[in-house]
Design a protein around this ligand. Structure first.
Ligand code: UDX
Length: 456
């Protein structure tokens, strides 16, 4: 098939490369000149493992243009543009509207418009009424949400759990299902609004699992239980499953925070107060604040305290810092007067230019340094905000020597060996983790439960 993709972000580019490798003549339209230049060199403008290789392998089957107009006749045009959060948490659909308008204006009769961008339930119906139907050119609109995880997007493209196709016309639904020929996954056909809702409901439920286990972890601290064992035991029930039960400093990224807010907002404008979702969002916000509260207690204040924050990417395997818990914690600590050094092996920050390898001042009191050791040198506390292998596998004995007393390690992802670090003399604090006193040396055991951890 001849396919067009509008927008070379994470979703658009992975989809375009995947479609081209699947045998479709694919053209991707990207307006941003620097992204366009990188794409022409067959390089992805962001970190996604394996994607450069896919772009090269796609060869002639994938071409790049700067606007929808230049795509030529297409059987299907996929829209994968950004939907940032608006001021009240509603999805900002400016780019989506522009893209639909342009596609409707320029597409050949019979083109299927495939919405990949995440748009609030009800949006597709409205776009059809406003743009697609009045054009009267036999265009069809299909909602086809994506469930790709950053860092694992290629695997998820090839092995989706399901392909959701929300359409009013059977021929359009069939054409979209045909885009995925060769991919072994069940195709679920629904109406447009239900397809839109599936995406939000899935993300909201995953976010709910995370906030739920985080609350259980907070409670574990108060009653003296161990979240690792609790999560394992809970996850052994196949009705609950072991996934998304990793307690920590909460979820970040381009999807969960934005989509939960947008769903909450959609409910509100439809006259419904989605209280459970409000709590999920609030718990996630508080989970980050708890770190600051805890360090404030352990360091006897924050002003002039030296803290290293390790991990600015919202999770390992990506350079994405959107809604990054680590970045927010670092900024908050610096706001309270702490001297904060941040380090991440891959994260891209819009304001962190400067020569590679040299420290970059992000804001007063907040410096990005070029190595793990530079970050922890003289730090009184370290916050592990992203479970990068570099941090998990670090030589913590060496880091201990570089740090200054009281050598707090706040393991915001419960990814370190708590007992080992405690035995080395660190004041280890996890999220809902109990740390057994080190044998033979009660003084070095951290008082993780005795310090009044609740409340924040
Ligand atoms: C998510 C969905 O998984 C994907 O299906 C959807 O298309 C987009 O949103 P992504 O944002 O790439 O994907 O990351 P994911 O791996 O789901 O993690 C999101 C956040 O939740 C990360 O900050 C992660 O650290 C956090 N998380 C995840 C937890 O805190 N605990 C967990 O148990 C799982």
């Amino acid at each position: 098939m001849r396919v067009g993709v509008v927008g070379a972000g994470y979703v658009g580019l992975v989809a375009a490369a995947g479609l081209a490798l699947g045998g479709h003549q694919t053209v991707i339209a990207e307006a941003n000149p620097s992204r366009l230049a990188r794409l022409r060199e067959r390089r992805a403008p962001f970190l996604e493992p394996g994607l450069d290789e896919w772009l090269r392998r796609a060869g002639e089957r994938l071409s790049v243009v700067s606007s929808v107009r230049e795509m030529g006749p297409r059987d299907a045009i996929m829209i994968a543009v950004g939907t940032p959060s608006g001021v009240s948490g509603q999805g900002d659909l400016t780019q989506v509207r522009q893209a639909v308008e342009e596609v409707v204006r320029t597409a050949a009769p019979g083109t299927v418009i495939v919405m990949k961008s995440t748009v609030p339930p009800g949006t597709g119906r409205e776009l059809v009424r406003q743009y697609v139907a009045p054009a009267r050119r036999g265009l069809a609109y299909v909602s086809n949400p994506e469930f790709l995880r950053e860092g694992k997007a290629l695997h998820d493209w090839l092995h989706p759990d399901r392909i959701v196709v929300g359409a009013e016309e059977a021929w359009a639904a069939e054409r979209v299902a045909e885009l995925y020929r060769g991919i072994d996954a069940p195709v679920l056909r629904t109406d447009i609004t239900s397809a839109e809702m599936i995406k939000y409901a899935a993300n909201a439920l995953l976010a709910t699992k995370i906030s739920f286990i985080n609350e259980i972890a907070n409670l574990c601290e108060l009653v003296g239980a161990h979240i690792d064992d609790v999560a394992t035991g809970v996850g052994m029930d196949p009705r609950l499953g072991p996934h998304f039960l990793q307690a920590g400093i909460g979820y970040g990224g381009s999807c969960f925070p934005k989509d939960t807010r947008a769903l909450y907002f959609t409910a509100a404008v439809n006259g419904y107060a989605f209280e459970l979702l409000r709590a999920v969002i609030e718990v996630n916000r508080r989970q980050r604040i708890r770190v600051v509260h805890r360090l404030n207690t352990l360091l006897g204040g924050l002003a002039e305290r030296s803290v290293a924050v390790l991990g600015l990417a919202f999770k390992p395997g990506t350079d994405d810092t959107r809604e990054s818990p680590g970045l927010e914690i670092a900024r908050t600590l610096a706001g309270y007067g702490a001297k904060v050094q941040v380090y991440d092996p891959a994260a891209v920050l819009p304001d962190s230019g400067g020569p590679p390898g040299s420290p970059v001042v992000l804001s007063p009191g907040l410096v990005r340094v070029a190595s793990l050791e530079d970050a922890v040198r003289s730090a009184q506390a370290v916050v592990v905000a992203t479970e990068w292998p570099e941090f998990v596998e670090a030589d913590w004995e060496r880091l201990y020597r570089l740090m200054a007393a009281p050598r707090v390690v706040f393991d915001g992802r419960n990814c370190l060996d708590a007992a080992r670090l405690a035995a080395m003399g660190f004041r280890y604090v996890g999220v809902g983790r109990r740390v057994a006193p080190a044998t033979g040396d009660a003084d070095v055991a951290p008082a993780s439960l005795a310090e009044g951890t609740g409340g924040a």
